[in-house]
Each structure stands twice: as C-alpha cells, then as structure tokens.
Design a binder for this molecule. Sequence first.
Ligand SMILES: [Zn+2]
Length: 203
Amino acid sequence: MSTALLDEQQATLTTLLEEKAGYDAEFYAALVELLGAEGAAAAFEQYEKDLLTRSAAEAAARAAAYGGGPVMSGEWALPLDGRFTSCYCQRWGTMHWGIDIAAPMYTPLYSAGDGIVIQAGPATGFGQAVYIQHSNGDVTVYGHMEVIEVVTGQRVAAGQEIALVGSQGFSTGPHLHLEVHVGGVGGTRVDPVIWLANRGIFV
Ligand SMILES: [Zn+2]
C-alpha cells in the first residue's frame, strides 16, 4: 500500500474523530442544560465524579492484572508477557515460523514498535492476524487473537494495545503466535526471540 494512500486514510480518520469530538461536546452541553433545567446539575456533577472514580479503579485493576502495560526498551516493546511455549524451530516435522507465547484469554497484547497496520482481520491458520510494518521495513505478525483493536491503515506506537489474546484458528489454547518478516511481508522470516533481543526486548 502506498504511503500516499495511508496518509489519506489517516487524514480521513482524523477528520472523522474531530467531527465526533465536536458532536460529543454538543451532546454534552445539551445534556448539562437539560439536567440544569431540572435542577439536577449537582447530581450530574456527582455522577461524573463517580464515573471518574470507577474508571480509575478499573484502570488500576487492569494494571494489577496485566503488570501495568507493556515491558518497553527504548523504541521497542514486548508484545506479550506470557509463558513461552514454542520456539522458532522444527515442530511436528514442519517449520514453525514464529514463536508462541501463552497467556489467559483477553490479555492485552502490544505492538512491538512504531508502525502502520498493513493488515488486520481474518487470516488462514491464524484465525485472525495483525500485520504491522515498522519504519525499517520489517513486519511483525500477530496471530490467533480473540479481539482486534486496530484497523488497516492505522498508525500505532510501540507498546500500543492492538488486540486481546485468543485461541482462534489452528490453536490448542489461548496464545500469541508472533512472526517477524525482515524487509516486508514475504521477506525473510527470522527468529523473533533474536530480532527482539537485538532491540533490548527479552521474551
Ligand atoms: Zn505458533
């Protein structure tokens, strides 16, 4: 996909988000006016406070459950801090072109680096997969997720949550299948453990 097309998609997304923010503000103002008219402004304020308290509690619970976000090293991140269950090696008579990291269903997983989502959705064998191209041209591939939280064309940052762990496709339990294609999709597939270690990330 060309950079121009990606820029265009990004611009469209940004415009839509800005429009949504505008409508949200209008809706909020209308809601406040209505509640104020009913003499319920104070109740609304309390409701908002409760909402903030609740989301802070949820964020804290999430951080406690998942270790407070990704392990980072400079510009790179560990996609999933879980149990290493399969190497980049021969397995059952065929080459396993990635590594497997097991974790409970719905554990968040993160982009290994800054990049652009070049593909996100159903993929043969992987159930669902996300392909992220990084600025050096290398592509990281994430497979088997239950929920994908990014769309094709989206720019992502290192350590940004992109999906939730699942067991879709050819899989016997919830885990991440991670591949690295050097030089782009269809390039040389290398051992993700070594590729990540060269970037200060240890699986
Ligand atoms: Zn695998």
